[in-house]
Design a protein around this ligand. Structure first.
Ligand code: DGL
Length: 246
């Protein structure tokens, strides 16, 4: 069994790619919407929250955990790996290296949470692949609006936040909630190239489980369990299944 966590529904953008690669896997998706947003919390708060979810996955017998949240990955993965060196943690990061690989000369906007963009992990990636034509744009509150599924508010937010960036070529979606609003972003910025870490993290998961010889398709049958910590979990479940459709 593989545990996948996010501060809500955003990690579904990662889960979808994982299922494409591991179609007969058994998964638990933990949507911690009760604690959303992670991105405006302190590092200590996020670590404590994530640690509880990790312990829950341990109790459930998961063999690997995917941090399908850029914020949780940026803050927690190093410490978790130090604390549990034998356990497999897979972490996502803003796909800034993809810009370096595929469209280095393009003017680039990196959208992410405040916590991700100021984290040591992201800043070291940024300095390594810096194309000197990049703007870092913390989007406080955006994941929250996506979590609430409030399209009108999302459009208003984007109109104000992105108004000065109409000449952008590349947009790095550095929060797993943001791939869910690509169309809304396009409405403001036009035909930009999007980069997100979901494919990379899914490939890395598959590579690592093969390397470790984990039998993650042991029942030969796909299964997914959805857990949500918010107060309208019933609605969340329907949104989750809807987003999961291919
Ligand atoms: N989905 C999370 C991420 O990828 C962040 C949302 C939040 O701020 O809770 O960073």
């Amino acid at each position: 069994m593989i545990g996948i966590l996010d501060s809500g529904i955003g990690g579904v953008s990662v889960l979808k790619e994982i299922i494409r690669l591991i179609p007969k896997g058994q998964f638990i998706y933990y949507s911690d919407s009760g604690n959303n947003p992670y991105g405006d919390k302190s590092e200590l708060e996020v670590y404590k929250i994530v640690k509880q979810i990790v312990n829950y996955f341990f109790e459930r017998g998961c063999v690997a955990i995917v941090l399908a949240c850029n914020t949780a990955s940026a803050i927690c993965v190093k410490k978790l790996r130090e604390e549990y060196p034998d356990f497999l943690f897979i972490a996502i990061e803003p796909a800034y290296k993809m810009v370096y690989d595929y469209n280095y000369n393009g003017k680039t906007l990196v959208m992410g949470t405040k916590a991700t963009l100021k984290s040591e992990k992201f800043l070291s990636l940024y300095s390594k692949y810096n194309n000197n034509n990049t703007i870092l744009l913390p989007c406080s509150g955006l994941a929250d609006l996506i979590e609430q599924d409030n399209d009108e508010e999302i459009d208003n937010y984007l109109m104000i936040k992105l108004k000065d960036y109409k000449d952008i070529d590349n947009v790095v979606l550095g929060c797993t909630h943001y791939p869910l609003i690509k169309d809304n972003i396009r409405q403001v910025l036009g035909d930009v190239k999007f980069f997100d870490g979901s494919i990379g993290v899914s490939k890395e998961l598959l590579r690592q489980v093969k390397l470790k010889n984990f039998n993650i398709e042991e029942n030969d049958k796909f299964s997914i369990e959805f857990i949500d910590t918010g107060n309208n979990s019933f609605n969340k479940y329907f949104r989750f299944t809807d987003l999961l459709k291919f």
